[in-house]
Design a protein around this ligand. Structure first.
Ligand SMILES: *[C@@H]1O[C@H](CO)[C@@H](O)[C@H](O)[C@H]1NC(C)=O
Length: 420
């Protein structure tokens, strides 16, 4: 065996860098599923929730109908119109004074029309066999689709039994390919949401959620000053009604009307011409309006510090995180979840996404397009055979000969394949 010599300095630096990048990330939970990471069923607990009603959906362990690597499996919601609840435990930790990263990938193979695709991070003690929609959680994060109107990324922080939804819109992906969702929460109470390693939203937990009461409120005791002029426009005092304006009648007699020949004054009474709208009539007079020179703008109560506000510098923190779980309702099943990561290092998460989803996404897309093409071809073949069946009413001897020739050709092909 030949020994390859590397310049010692370069080798040393490489080792230091590798170690540094490993040491800097603390990984609390990582689940890749897949055959190289066997035994996922030992790590995940399927809940009995909804089982007695026969509404508990099972999971398939699969890489799906199109994939960049058939060996790279995930867990897929298997049955339509079911509730899903599954969770996994990890050693308890707190994200106090640390960055928290929650990341996973999901592929909605079924062209999800209505259903959730989000993950939950749970604290404390959870009976995993009873994990349900009612189980309190810390953070819920990920896509939610229903019809055309709901295509959003949920980011919910739960505090003291109250769920706080993000106030900003983050649109989720709705195609049939794998996408990676990442939530980063930092100890300065800022956050970022990434899809496929692209930042889609960022800001502060203070402003983009109503987790705490507002810092400032309108002074409830403040009153609008008496002399506050909040009329933007006033009548123009220089605009006077023209003399005789009101004397113009709304209607006038129609001068072109003629008394009918058979009109009998004695029987029908005296004839008067019908009236028509007066073109000179301009409607009731209205005084012109001008900008009010004394306008002070709309009055607003001044803001004061909210006596109910108590700052919580640990607004972002959960003291005893211990589980990840999926708790979903799906009308149409087929969502594949994979590559779940809970860690403290956004860089590690980014690399993890690149090495999993990133490596396979082009091949997956090609496989998807191939599958779509095949489906189209089969559909048009079906249409064609429908037509042929209709035409087959009259037996055509040449048809039979053709199909015989076809099946012979098939046999030959098969034989050839067998020889291979
Ligand atoms: C899950 O697997 C079962 C059994 O192979 C299959 O019938 C079902 O269609 C699968 N579900 C999905 C969503 O592919």
């Amino acid at each position: 065996m030949a020994i390859r010599r590397r310049p010692p300095v370069v080798a040393a630096i490489a080792v230091v860098l590798a170690v540094a990048s490993i040491v800097s990330a603390e990984v609390y939970f990582e689940e890749r599923f897949g055959v190289r990471f066997d035994g996922w069923e030992d790590r995940w607990v399927k809940s009995d929730w909804k089982k007695d009603e026969n509404m508990a959906g099972d999971w398939n362990y699969t890489s799906g109908k199109w994939t960049g690597d058939p060996e790279d499996k995930g867990i897929q919601t298997a049955e339509d119109y079911k509730f899903y609840a599954i969770s996994a435990q990890f050693p308890e930790f707190s994200n106090k004074d640390k960055t928290l990263v929650l990341q996973f990938s999901v592929k909605h193979e079924q062209k999800l029309d209505c259903g959730g695709g989000y993950i939950k991070l749970l604290s404390g003690e959870v009976d995993q066999k009873k994990f349900s929609g009612d189980t309190p959680y810390g953070i819920m994060f990920g896509p939610d689709i229903c019809g055309y109107s709901t295509k959003k990324v949920h980011a919910i922080f739960s505090r003291d039994g109250k769920n706080h939804l993000i106030k900003k819109d983050v649109t989720c992906e709705s195609d049939q390919l794998t996408h990676v969702y990442t939530l980063v929460v930092r100890p300065d109470a800022t956050y970022s949401i990434f899809i496929d390693n692209n930042e889609k939203q960022t800001g502060s937990l203070y402003t983009d959620w109503d987790i705490l009461p507002p810092k400032q409120i309108k002074d409830p005791d403040a009153k609008k000053p008496e002399d506050w002029d909040d009329k933007e426009y006033i009548p123009d005092p220089d605009d006077k009604k023209p003399e005789g304006y009101d004397d113009v009648p709304k209607e006038i007699p129609d001068v072109e009307a003629k008394k009918p020949e058979d009109w009998d004054d004695e029987e029908d009474g005296e004839w008067t011409a019908p009236t028509i709208p007066n073109p000179e009539y301009k409607g009731p007079w209205k005084q012109k309006k001008i900008k009010n020179p004394n306008y002070k703008g709309k009055w607003k109560a001044p803001l004061i510090d909210n006596p109910d506000f108590k700052d919580d510098p640990y607004i972002y923190a959960y003291s005893n995180l211990r589980y990840v779980g999926f708790e979903l309702w799906q009308v149409k099943a087929g969502s594949i979840f994979d590559n779940i990561l809970v860690c403290d290092d956004p860089e590690y998460a980014k690399k993890f996404a690149e090495e999993t989803w990133g490596k396979l996404k082009d091949a997956e897309k090609a496989a998807f397009e191939e599958a779509e093409k095949k489906k189209d071809e089969e559909e048009s073949k079906d249409d064609l055979s429908d037509v042929e069946e209709d035409d087959d009413e009259e037996e055509d001897p040449t048809d039979e000969a053709d199909s015989k020739a076809d099946s012979d050709a098939e046999d030959d092909k098969e034989a050839a394949h067998d020889e291979l």
